[in-house]
Design a protein around this ligand. Structure first.
Ligand code: F6P
Length: 324
């Protein structure tokens, strides 16, 4: 092993820069060379590289986004694109690859690694926390704090006007952001894709909280939830059936993906970045490095992508109890 390439791909997340930094610094520490690839797999195909050394990654541990930029590459889905990518790596004498991203990134990486003779290690970087085999993904903690801070502000005005707010948070297929931010921000109800609450039970619960003396309410809705998918329609439905409420909608959107990473995300990113290079030195390939019960784990891409990540049912129960 002599030269490692590192890239970020898919939706960005706070802490990706800290992860790149740790990868680069560990390559220097282990007397290896490192190159960065711009715009994920797309840059790999378009030969968009930059030589990196320990000093190239100064002053980025605190910065959101990814200085290597990110993309969702269509060309990498084609064999022709992957062949070009491989050729570009070979021309630069790169002999291993570290990819930072989510399940789409790992899917591409896994196909690439099986097709060509090049070891690939994945680092989970996504705000969704939807990767199987790791307790946390880089960016998730920061996103949660961003959401809670935003809902605290919404709560102030909701309370002043006695209103019901539906707050949509990210999470295409996963309810982790909604469930945890909902508990953290004291939401009345939390709608997540993993659990079908149904509109009747939602109305029932909101009616109950009204009669229990609550004058304002926050409902956190994961963007991928069945009934929450069309949030404007849901708001109209609640308004029609519960005229005693004044219903408002806030979609938090991409602010959840930005901002300076939390200390937790910086530490996680540092640990996983170091672990990725260590894994390559140990001869590992086709795996993601993750963290489980505070320990670094190696998870086959196959398991990280296709394994069933379950929602925390104990926390759903807690959410029900504390919103009484
Ligand atoms: O996967 C991360 C994520 O932020 C999802 O929660 C969201 O559905 C999606 O990316 C949005 O993607 P884009 O930035 O391409 O609109």
């Amino acid at each position: 092993l002599n030269k490692i390439a590192v890239l970020t791909s898919g939706g960005d997340s706070p802490g990706m820069n800290a992860a790149i930094r740790a990868v680069v610094r560990n390559t220097t520490y282990q007397n290896l060379k490192c190159v960065g690839v711009y715009r994920g797999f797309q840059g790999l195909i378009e030969n968009d590289f930059i030589d990196l050394d320990a000093r190239s990654v100064k002053n980025i541990i605190n910065r959101g986004g990814t200085f290597l930029k990110s993309a969702r590459s269509k060309d990498f889905r084609e064999a022709e694109g992957r062949q070009k990518a491989y050729q570009n790596l070979k021309n630069r004498d790169v002999d291993a690859l570290v990819v930072i991203g989510g399940d789409g990134t790992f899917t591409g990486a896994s196909i690439f690694s099986n097709e060509f003779d090049i070891p690939v290690i994945g680092i989970p970087g996504t705000i969704d926390n939807d990767i199987n085999g790791t307790d946390f993904t880089i960016g998730y903690d920061t996103a949660l704090n961003t959401v809670v801070e935003a809902i605290d502000k919404i709560r102030d005005t909701a309370s002043s006007h006695d209103r019901l707010f539906l707050v949509e948070v990210m999470g295409r297929d996963a309810g982790d952001i909604a469930l945890n931010s909902g508990v953290g921000a004291g939401a009345e109800e939390i709608l997540i894709p993993e659990e079908d609450l149904g509109t009747n039970r939602l109305l029932e619960s909101l009616r109950k909280s009204r009669t229990s003396g609550k004058t304002s309410s926050i409902v956190v809705v994961a963007e991928g939830d069945q009934i929450g998918k069309n949030i404007t329609k849901l708001a109209g439905y609640i308004q029609d059936n519960l005229p005693e409420y004044e219903v408002k909608v806030t979609v938090l959107g991409h602010i959840q993906r930005g901002g300076s990473p939390s200390c937790y995300d910086r530490v996680l990113a540092s640990r996983l970045g170091v672990a990725a290079v260590d894994a390559l030195i140990d001869g590992k390939s086709n795996i993601m490095v993750g963290v489980s019960h505070k320990k670094i784990v190696h998870v086959p891409f196959e398991v990280a992508i296709n394994g069933q990540k379950t929602i925390d049912n104990d926390l759903i129960r807690v959410a029900d109890i504390v919103s009484t």
